[in-house]
Every structure is written in structure tokens, then in C-alpha cells.
Design a protein around this ligand. Structure first.
Ligand SMILES: [Zn+2]
Ligand SMILES: [Zn+2]
Length: 409
């Protein structure tokens, strides 16, 4: 039996949709009350078999290319009125869902092993989203600090949706139904791995995290999120994502970037080694604005705890009027940078010229949190002839590929 997942496509006060060649408009008329405009009826919920089309779906939310389009889906349409608005939900079997996800998340490629790797990762991820959560969120273990020094600790993990399992935008995995032709290679990759997921040494579904590039070594889970580590999310020395290794491949670095990155990310050539210069006065103002702690001019940035990849877990920010310690990984990236830093894997250099002009220079490595699969490394491995099993076992050591079996509630 196929697993059916509930994908939230639109949350809005009004939704326009077409089923069986007829266009309708649904309006939120209160909790559990949907008014279908063309027949004037109010219903508690509305269901119809696909294919169906949703009109004016927003894609690329919060990205510069955000736009609206009509999208067509297989499976079943379900409209509900909950939490103050309407939800258009697509109930679809997981393998059909994955064919669309792999087609829209990956650049078109003939590299079947890379597509199979992505299919197993995406399938494991979505199934994990649907499993009942049993882990209690514990308070974070804080670093040792100086007397009276404040620690600002924050982690961002995946927020669950209330009315469906996953959404259709980049927040979860991008899903556009059959609006665009499903890539035949993507279809082949999903079929070839049908029902297969990544399983850890205890027989549990793995947490299959990924990011753009590790920068040399992958990171432990606890460097970025809760203080519980999984045996398959441990530091791995990764020679594959190094720019020199990419340049030795047929097609070179450009070929790998085309496999991994969306068109708007391809300009990023400094994914492995990067440098960010921040003027001291700019940094001082930025930190004051973000943290509101009255630290005064920033005089130093001191890494207190680093993870195995070199990513800073806890960073002391020292100002003329005091200091604070911030962590973990993503908070550091957000506090120091205008958008956010490529990673928290950096060393700090202070420069001052004869005119009294001072700046911090961050010498960094990698792009993203570094936990789990390195996308650029995995693409490079696939071009070297490694199979999807080799790639997954390299980044998730001690894990294996196997059929999914649902947890007993
Ligand atoms: Zn989501
Ligand atoms: Zn890597």
C-alpha cells in the first residue's frame, strides 16, 4: 500500500480551482464553513478527485523571483476552513509526489545515481515529517562563560505544519504537481528506488539533512541543533567538494555547479573558501540593532566552542562596554552578516590601517550547516562514477538503504 501524504498548496481567504473542466471559487466563511461561489452553497469541506488545477498559486515565496501561476495536480483535492482561512490540500501518493519534487528541485541531468540519491533523501525526509515526534526538546547545554556574561542561545529547526504534512514551497520541498513535465530521468530515479529510505543502526529512519558544501569536513548534529548526536551524522573528511577536485572532473567546476545549484545561486563561486570583510563601525551598529545589548564598539570576536568541521558553535562578541556569547551556528551567521554568512566556519582577523580605519576579516569555509550530505561533494562523487549507495554511505556513515516500515504508534 502506498503512503498518502497531505501537501498544503495554498493557504488563503479565497481559492480558485478547476475540476472536471469547471472553474469554481471557494471563500472562507468561518471555521468549517466554505462558500462555493458559483452555486452559492456553504459546505464544511470540499473534496474532488484529480486531476485538478489551482489558479494563482504563489511560488518562490520571499525570493526575488516570486510569481503566480496555475498548477495542475494528480491525486485528490481537499479544501478545509481551519485556523482562520482556507487550505487547498493535495492528498497524493508519495512516489507521485517525489517524481514532481525531484523534477523541480534538481537541474535537468542525466546523472541517474545523483537523482537516486536525491530521491532516497527526499523520501526519508518526508516520511520523517509524518512520523509522530517522541523526542522532548531539552534545554541546550551552554558554554562556560565569564562571570555575569549573558548567553544568547537560539536554534532553528523545522517547524511542523498544523493542517497538512508538508507545504509545496521551498520551506519543505518544492512541489508543483504535473504543471511542468515530469523529467523522465527523475521518474526513472524514483521508480528505481521505490519505497527505499535511509535507515540507521537501530533500524530507525535517518534524519537526512543536506546543505550546499561542507568545506572539507562535515559537522555533528549537536553543533547546530539539540545536544543529541546520531551515529550517522558524524564528522567525515570530504575531499570531493574541493574546487581542485571539481576542476579535475570532465566538464570541471561549472558542470558540478549546474547539477547542484539553481540558476540564481550559480554565481556563487566561493562556496568552499570565502572571505567576508566587515568594517568595525558597521559591525558595531549591526550587532546593536540585532541584539540590543549596548555592547558599544565591537573590539573582538572570540570563538569559544568549535565543532569538528571548524564551525563555531558559541562565539563571544566583545564590545567596549561588555560582552555576550551567542550560538548556535545559524544565530552566529545571522547576527554578523547583513543577510547571513555562508557558514559559521571561519577564523577572525582584525585589520587596522594607518588612517585608523578598522575592519574584521572573516576567513571562512563551506556553505550551509555542514550536517549530513554535502550536495556539491555528492554531485562530484556521482561524476566520478560512484553509485547512490556509495554516496549515501559516505555522508551518513553506518546507515544503510532499506524499505520503509512505519513506526507502530
Ligand atoms: Zn513547509
Ligand atoms: Zn563537502
Amino acid at each position: 500500500m502506498e503512503t498518502i501524504i497531505r501537501v498544503g498548496i495554498i493557504d488563503a481567504m479565497e481559492i480558485e480551482f478547476s475540476t472536471g473542466g469547471q472553474r469554481h471559487r471557494a471563500i472562507y466563511a468561518g471555521e468549517g464553513e466554505i462558500r462555493i461561489d458559483d452555486c452559492g452553497k456553504t459546505v464544511e469541506k470540499f473534496e474532488a478527485d484529480g486531476p485538478f488545477t489551482l489558479h494563482n498559486v504563489t511560488i518562490g515565496k520571499q525570493f526575488h523571483w516570486q510569481q503566480c501561476e496555475d498548477q495542475t495536480f494528480l491525486g485528490r483535492l481537499r479544501l478545509t476552513a481551519e485556523g482562520g482561512m482556507l487550505h487547498a490540500i493535495n492528498n497524493v501518493d508519495i512516489e507521485t509526489y517525489l517524481k514532481s519534487v525531484i523534477s523541480s528541485e534538481m537541474a535537468a541531468t542525466n546523472n541517474i545515481e545523483l537523482l537516486k540519491t536525491h530521491a532516497i533523501i527526499s523520501r526519508s525526509w518526508v516520511l520523517q515529517q509524518m512520523e509522530p515526534r517522541t523526542t522532548e526538546e531539552l534545554p541546550l547545554e551552554l558554554p562556560e562563560t565569564e562571570e555575569g556574561e549573558e548567553v544568547i542561545a537560539r536554534i532553528w529547526d523545522h517547524d511542523d505544519h498544523t493542517f497538512y504534512d508538508v507545504c509545496a514551497d521551498d520551506h519543505c520541498q518544492r512541489y508543483q504537481g504535473i504543471t511542468r513535465q515530469v523529467d523522465p530521468k527523475a521518474e526513472e530515479a524514483v521508480e528505481a528506488t521505490r519505497g527505499l529510505v535511509l535507515i540507521d543502526g537501530n533500524g530507525e529512519l535517518c534524519d537526512t539533512r543536506f546543505y550546499k558544501a561542507c568545506g572539507g569536513t562535515t559537522e555533528r548534529f549537536s553543533a547546530c541543533w539539540q545536544d543529541r548526536d546520531h551515529h550517522y551524522l558524524q564528522p567525515v573528511h570530504d575531499p570531493y567538494c574541493h574546487p581542485a577536485a571539481l576542476d579535475r572532473l570532465p566538464g570541471g567546476r561549472k558542470e558540478v555547479m549546474n547539477l547542484v545549484l539553481n540558476h540564481y545561486d550559480r554565481a556563487t563561486s566561493d562556496y568552499h573558501d570565502w572571505e567576508e570583510r566587515i568594517e568595525t563601525s558597521v559591525l558595531s551598529a549591526r550587532i546593536e540593532e540585532r541584539l540590543h545589548r549596548g555592547l558599544g564598539d565591537i573590539v573582538d570576536l572570540e570563538p569559544l566552542v568549535k565543532g569538528a568541521s571548524g564551525r563555531i558553535v558559541w562565539l563571544r562578541i566583545k564590545g567596549r562596554n561588555g560582552s555576550v556569547v551567542v550560538g548556535k551556528e545559524l544565530l552566529i551567521r545571522k547576527v554578523l552578516s547583513d543577510s547571513h554568512l555562508k557558514s559559521s566556519c571561519f577564523t577572525v582577523e582584525k585589520r587596522c590601517d594607518s588612517n585608523g580605519h578598522a575592519e574584521f576579516v572573516l576567513h571562512g569555509k563551506g556553505w550551509g550547516h555542514g550536517v549530513g550530505l554535502c550536495q556539491i561533494g555528492a554531485a562530484a562523487m556521482s561524476l566520478q562514477g560512484f553509485g547512490c549507495e556509495d554516496i549515501l554511505k559516505f555522508y551518513f556513515q553506518g546507515a544503510h538503504i532499506g524499505p520503509y516500515s512505519p513506526k507502530n504508534p
